[in-house]
Design a protein around this ligand. Sequence first.
Ligand code: ACM
Length: 680
Amino acid sequence: MRSITFYLLTALLLIGHNGAKAQLQDKDLLPLARTVVLSNGTFKLDSNVKINIEAPQEDKVKLENLLNECLNTGKKSKGKTLNLLVRENVDGIEAPEGYNIEIGKKKITITAKSGAGLFYGIQTLLQLADENNRIPTGTISDEPQFAYRGLMLDVSRHFFGKEFVKKQIDAMAHFKMNRLHLHLTDAAGWRIEIKKYPRLTQFAAWRSPAIWKDWWFGDRKYVEEGSEGAYGGYYTQEDIKELVAYAAERYITIIPEIEMPAHSEEVLTAYPELSCTHEPYKQADFCVGNEKTYEFLEDVLCEVIELFPSEYIHIGGDEAGKASWPHCPLCQKRMEEEGLKDVNELQSYLIQRIEKFVNSKGRQIIGWDEILDGGLAPNATVMSWRGTEGGIAAVNSGHKAIMTPGGYCYLDSYQDAPHTQPMAFGPYMPLEKVYSYDPRAEIDSAKAHLIYGIQGNLWVEYIPTEELVEYMIYPRILAIAEIGWSNPVNRDYAAFKERAIKATNYLRSKGYNAFDLANEFGQRKEAQAPVEHLAIGGNIAYAESAPYSDSYKAGGDKALIDGVCGGWTYTDKKWQGFIRNGIDVTIDLGEEKEITEVTAQFMQMCIPDVWFPAEVIISASCDGSEFTELARIEHTVVRDEGLSFKEYGWKGNTKARYINYRAKCGPQRGWLFTDEIIVR
Ligand code: ACM
């Protein structure tokens, strides 16, 4: 019988439920385990440990290899044992990847329903071990929330070799992630050898210049493999086999993505007969009417399916322009013959036909959420990226969804104050934002089981080097790993950040170029606390000619005089957006007041068409009809890179009850965003 002291002690050492403080020795688990009860003893995990594995042969080999690698096992003696047992039923464990661990001073037993469960149990032990390989005694019971815990790496916009991919697989395994989605094909380069179509890798995999931005905003030409200045590359079929095997040894499945019907400029330049106009360099979308398109896609998929044993093949499906289809006789004929009423249904025709083909090979398709448009293929799994709506619609119609909404899971966005960071594609999305995501939010509980999992996506348009890839992935992928694995009741950002800092130190010690989380700059200072000023509590009227946008209301009519300023991104719902017609608002302070300052901040981010104003006019009035101009600020609006902020204001001395603030667009028109008109 266990003594009362034992129970008191274990209660103190319990981590897991209710966010109780982690008390692990030296290192904390990431992802957090479901229940951890540690006691005072230690077990030294070293080459003296006798290893006993009862598992299917294939798992046995993998686990032996893993332990040989990390324990450097030699002679076995001293009576210590590590038992790794696969059992059909494991106490309290439902998920196939779950495990229980009993750690005694002489014996550790991991029991799991699968080799993967044993593998994750070992990862937990390795994370718990101190620098002398000592593991605290106790018990652990753990299983994942989601079956799919993924990272997507874009290897088209810039190419990364197989050794680098293996290095990322190692990190994924350490944090219990299990799917690597490789975006293998896109305009910027085709990255997988297909024997039947050699021009894909002799030509469509190479370009000049190397930097995507220079190429994309330049002439977007492809060049022959081996020609002077050719940048690119591809995985040979042997490379792919090596990567697939390397990942499988670490219980990671590689999911290949072959884009269709869009993002295919490189294919349609190498094989122009597959586009509607048959002209190289003109089209991004396959001709959906032409039978040759299906012949090509099926041939490619046959080779891909042969190489990748994954249940799922990703077939893209995103962002088709569909512009050539209405003018193409073959596409029009197809629509007529199939009774398709619009181009969305035409895209859906292709996706459904490809799904049938993939299903006939015993596999399933995943597509980006645009595959919902025009009718979802019957067995498809949807990857929800344009927000969560696609995933919600998919599960509501009985399909599985993988949640990867841009606002939480796109790792190409800024992870810290933009002025402190290398140029990024998306807005401010720090670790805390990623960690705040709940893939089951807004999902009907009856459909929650259809949420297959979560994925972090790294698109690499602005990420030309391996160092930068790692910098953008780590530590934000750790939040994805924890959301994918750990029970959400234990979610506590402050505690997670501490563990993530330790995890980034670990990653650095292993040669990964992780972002320096411990020295994060953080949120824009204006957004950290409300600002006090004279207009708060007043009224504001918007000129009819310049309303704010329904998409960026920031809380509506009082948003510009509520004391709340925006952060590093207009997507935080604190910046009010005005499209094309500028701003023209009149603030009523309620009574005449002495005024010394009127000012507002604007942001500029040219890629999403957000610009500084070309002119701001600030006027004041005592009666609301006669206005005196206080300031007129002119600015030449020019395109620049990244994100910047600019203040347009007046300082002086006057008396007024009404303030009129007008901002005019520059020649680019586009959006104006401001967060507050501060009156002092
Ligand atoms: C995507 O980001 N175009 C899926």
